[in-house]
Design a protein around this ligand. Sequence first.
Ligand SMILES: NC(=O)C1=CN([C@@H]2O[C@H](COP(=O)(O)OP(=O)(O)OC[C@H]3O[C@@H](n4cnc5c(N)ncnc54)[C@H](OP(=O)(O)O)[C@@H]3O)[C@@H](O)[C@H]2O)C=CC1
Ligand SMILES: CCCCCCCCCCCCCCCC(=O)[C@@H](N)CO
Length: 359
Amino acid sequence: MSSDPGWSSAVSAWLFPSSWWPLLPFIMLLVAAAFVVAFVLLLYMISPLISPKPLKLNGAHVVVTGGSSGIGKSIAIECYKQGAFITLVARDESKLVQAKKEVEKCAVNDKQVVLCISVDVSKDYSQVESVIKQAQEKLGPVDMLVNCAGTAVSGKFEEVDVERFRSLMEVNYLGSVYPTRAVITTMKERRMGRVVFVSSQAGQIGLFGYTAYSASKFALRGLAEALQMEVKPYNIYVTVTYPPDTDTPCLTEENKTKPLETKLISETSGVCQPEQVAKVIVKDAVQGNFNSSVGPDGYMLSALTCGMSPVTSITEGLQQIVTMGLFRTIALFYLGSFDSIVRRCMIQREQSKAADKRE
Ligand SMILES: NC(=O)C1=CN([C@@H]2O[C@H](COP(=O)(O)OP(=O)(O)OC[C@H]3O[C@@H](n4cnc5c(N)ncnc54)[C@H](OP(=O)(O)O)[C@@H]3O)[C@@H](O)[C@H]2O)C=CC1
Ligand SMILES: CCCCCCCCCCCCCCCC(=O)[C@@H](N)CO
């Protein structure tokens, strides 16, 4: 009986009626799409739990280290334009006074104040702590700290003075640890605050000529991730920003000794103006975004290097998930072109050396 062909074809006709069988793949696709849509909708429903509430800059006290020049000065101006009270921190007093004048020109009300503090942020913690205390006494508790004091050195690993490895780590890393340490307790007590670390695109990828510099900027990311996990329950948000080459006195100085390889590789993402970079940084810090990048290359680099960093919006998380593979593919082409720049420069150098010897 069981071998009766009529019976089995009746069963299969019942299970897979010829009319809708060809539709099965589409139905499955539809179900899968419905699941994805439901998942994304669910994510957006819980998004207020993930995204921080924006900080109001009007009347807020913003401390900017490195605020007397370049990116830091532009950040101070941007915050001042939005009604903040500013403390500028740097070493050189005359540069501070000059910057204060420039910031004050952008006042939006007559209550606003710009305070200047001359201190080396990288040397003595107790000194940094005491000047921050003074600033808090004058302008109230710090709502936002921007760690922008820093400097760059480029050169081949064996040509960079060993002392520079230490000094860069001191200024770029410890110079961000100390001011942060000095404000964090009060921020935790007040259950509010923003801390910004100014890293660099060279803090996302290690590049020829930046052995000392990249390391000091990568360090900020580790600090920021760990700190963010600690202070999130206190409603404090940390932002790490990764600017490309930016037209500042620091870049002019750095360009005087920059190896050709570093120059050619950096040209990939061009040069930005400090005002443009500052706008992005302030916007991201106000929103409490952990990651802040400038330009299309910056966007790709940040998605690519997001690792286990916190996510501050659903859109950001979804974009990372979707783009990771594509950006890695693009990155491999970039890496190939960087390697060939390095190789070409080496061959050229050797050829000109050989030519010199012959003469
Ligand atoms: N320009 C660029 O291409 C890029 C820069 N960055 C980063 O942005 C930050 C700012 O750079 P940029 O604006 O170009 O540089 P600038 O040289 O224009 O400004 C640096 C600022 O930091 C201050 N500063 C330096 N060392 C100390 C210190 N030990 N203690 C206190 N203040 C200090 C300087 O004042 P003073 O010397 O008087 O102390 C100055 O106000 C740096 O961290 C840099 O690494 C990141 C990516 C790209
Ligand atoms: C998907 C992958 C995209 C990859 C894009 C790669 C772009 C690399 C450009 C690196 C530029 C480094 C600038 C450093 C700026 C700096 O910090 C100094 N100028 C400080 O003075």
